[in-house]
Design a protein around this ligand. Structure first.
Ligand code: MTE
Ligand code: MO
Length: 344
């Protein structure tokens, strides 16, 4: 039996967090990030095979559209604290080199397959251990909180990186509005589950074997850190679907997979919530996932990274990876008691 059974039979859960541990299907074949590459017998080179080589290997074609999703200009401030020395990655790289397995596993699949994604209406629910559960609609996402631009480095666990000018608001400001109960210790996040719109949720190969909906989590302390951000835009406009429209998390000191896209639920909990990549391959992807050049991935080094958009098509510039992705001053204190080798 595969995960697909759930989808084809149309059994709907209330939330991924309601799934009992013993219902989680053990993964055997589809345990690697780039399983398509593996399935083709190309070996474990997935992380280093450039997107253009993989382009067109599989054309599921589902949601392909000739017009692009309409984004809208946003109003925001530009606090000096979040301007960084690195130059920004060009917009057409940020929006065409994506990981969003709901739309396919190759880097250009999300751009190719997500342009018809409908985000209106949208509902984001904040519930669980809060004083006042909140429901936000699409308009609330850009109007209820003062928006600011933050230039953050984004470091994928696959050892590539970008510098993105996000627009949004701090996660803490939303959590404060909901009022976090003293019993809460963790925050869980969930992506939209809509197989009609997200072909990777219907087709197991296209979706990379992930157990959908995609879920993520943070400790409450991490979530309240001023760097933890909810992005509703980039380059001054609302997010395109491939980057997680209409709202996604950005946790710049952690590997990119923590930065969950197209969020519909945020729940305050009193235990560590399950997370998608950890469920798929716990020996490779931990709950913490802090960027750390000294702790290698079992299949590749994390000491350096390819800077996307720099150095040309065949020789993207390699730069050293920084501890906590360069945000150590802000977050190292959170992990003083933690063995980062054990809690990767
Ligand atoms: N729902 C969902 N969120 C997701 C992913 C995904 O496949 N599904 N991929 C993650 C990974 S691995 C990375 S590196 C970042 C990529 O964000 P970007 O495409 O905006 O650069 O999104 C993260 N959020
Ligand atoms: Mo990633």
């Amino acid at each position: 039996m595969t995960n697909n059974t759930r989808f084809t039979k149309g059994i709907k859960r209330q939330s991924a967090w309601d799934l009992a541990d013993n219902q989680v299907t053990p993964e055997s074949v589809f345990k690697d990030r780039r399983n398509i590459v593996k399935a083709l017998g190309l070996g474990a080179l997935g992380a280093s095979i450039p997107g253009y080589v993989q382009a067109g290997l599989f054309d599921f074609g589902s949601n392909k559209s000739t017009s692009t999703f309409a984004t809208k200009p946003l109003q925001f401030t530009q606090p000096k604290a979040f301007v960084i020395p690195e130059s920004l990655t060009p917009e057409n790289k940020i929006t065409r080199h994506n990981n969003f397995y709901e739309f396919g596993t190759s880097k250009q699949d999300p751009f190719d397959n997500a342009q018809a994604f409908n985000v209106n209406p949208w509902t984001l629910q904040i519930d669980g251990l809060v004083d006042k559960p909140i429901t936000l609609d699409l308009d609330d996402l850009t109007k209820r909180f003062a928006l600011e631009e933050r230039r953050y480095r984004l470091r994928c666990v696959e050892a590539w990186s970008m510098v993105v000018p996000w627009v949004g608001f701090s996660l803490a400001s939303l959590l404060k509005e909901a009022g976090v109960k003293s019993s809460a210790t963790h925050v869980a996040f969930e992506t939209l589950f809509d197989p009609e719109q997200m072909p990777g949720q219907k087709n197991r190969l296209m979706g990379g074997g992930i157990h959908y909906p995609y879920v993520e989590g943070l400790t409450l302390e991490e979530a309240m850190n001023p760097l933890a951000f909810l992005a509703v835009g980039l380059y001054g406009k609302t997010l395109p679907p491939q980057n997680g429209a209409p709202i996604r998390l950005v946790v710049p000191w952690k590997y990119g997979f923590k930065s969950i896209k197209s969020i519909v639920k945020i729940r305050l909990m009193d235990k560590q919530p399950p997370t998608s990549w950890n469920q798929l391959a716990s020996h490779e992807y931990g709950f913490y996932a802090n960027v750390n050049p000294e702790v290698d991935h079992p299949r590749w080094s994390q000491a350096s990274e390819r800077s996307i958009g720099e150095g040309g098509l065949f020789s993207a510039k390699r730069i050293p990876t920084q501890m906590f992705n360069g945000y150590g001053d802000e977050v190292a204190g959170l992990y003083k008691q933690l063995d980062l080798r054990k809690y990767y």
